[in-house]
Design a protein around this ligand. Sequence first.
Ligand code: G3H
Ligand code: 13P
Ligand code: NA
Ligand code: ZN
Length: 305
Amino acid sequence: MLVTGNDILIPARAGKYAVGAFNTNDMEITQAIIHTAEKLRSPVMVQMSEGAIKYGGQDLADIVIDMAHRSSVPVALHLDHGSSYDSALKAIKMGFTSVMIDASHYPFEENVHETRRVVEAAHAMGISVEAELGRLGGIEEHVVVDEKDAFLTDPEEAVKFVEETGTDYLAIAIGTSHGAYKGKGRPFIDLVRIKRISELVAIPLVAHGSSGVPAELVQRFRDAGGEIGDAVGIADEDLQQAAQYGIAKVNVDTDLRLAMTTGVREVLKKNPKEFDPRKIFGPARDLMSQVVEHKMRVLGSVGKA
Ligand code: G3H
Ligand code: 13P
Ligand code: NA
Ligand code: ZN
């Protein structure tokens, strides 16, 4: 069934598990996400960025919405990193049931102001909202506290932000970053900060930049001819701990991108004569399903639907 973000995330926060919010850009990715959720009886969020909307438009949104309606598990369609009030409203008109307004790069008061406008409009239509406070971007563990504080979400500020905006869930900056290069060794994620914020803020918390960038997948990508540097992601154990501490939504895009392109590369490398798209995208879809399954098991959302 198609539900709002709140329908999925409030029980997650209360139950100390997290739900994957997977980015989609086409039918195969969407199928991997929703079919795996059904197989594992897991709630799930499917998200489209503004780039995904530009690429797939209403056609792709309709695929997600139709699959969600026909699904036996809760599915929300979420706007990832909405950059403006207009963008959020446009997504709601397209049928999204959850929207993010990301005004985190503006000064605090302006972030509050933009977020509040979106919250008021979205709530009037029964849609739930994600906002962000703090700056994402890889933070090394050894960085001095003063420098960290300039980027990472301040717990007291988070309280004020949630009160003043009425946002339904809050993305916090905890040291993670988007993409395949999240640091060295075991990339830093500020679990202490998550715990502190969750003690002060009751709403579900959101972790961006949470792909695991599994070493085996990176190796397969390379073996199939892909070029990639020292790619590394967030450790499964760290995400598990984050879910215990109040992270209820975990955003994953990079792992799906890697799985999709690795799947395609492997087929084409093994059989250069192949040109049946189903034989090329089918295995890619299977590999993405494995990534989704792994994430759902790690986050503890399996069996919650
Ligand atoms: O946070 C960024 C997501 O990975 C979406 O990326 O804007 O290229 O679709 P995109
Ligand atoms: P990754 O790049 O780690 O997959 O993060 C995706 C994300 O945060 C989308 O909003
Ligand atoms: Na988002
Ligand atoms: Zn993000």
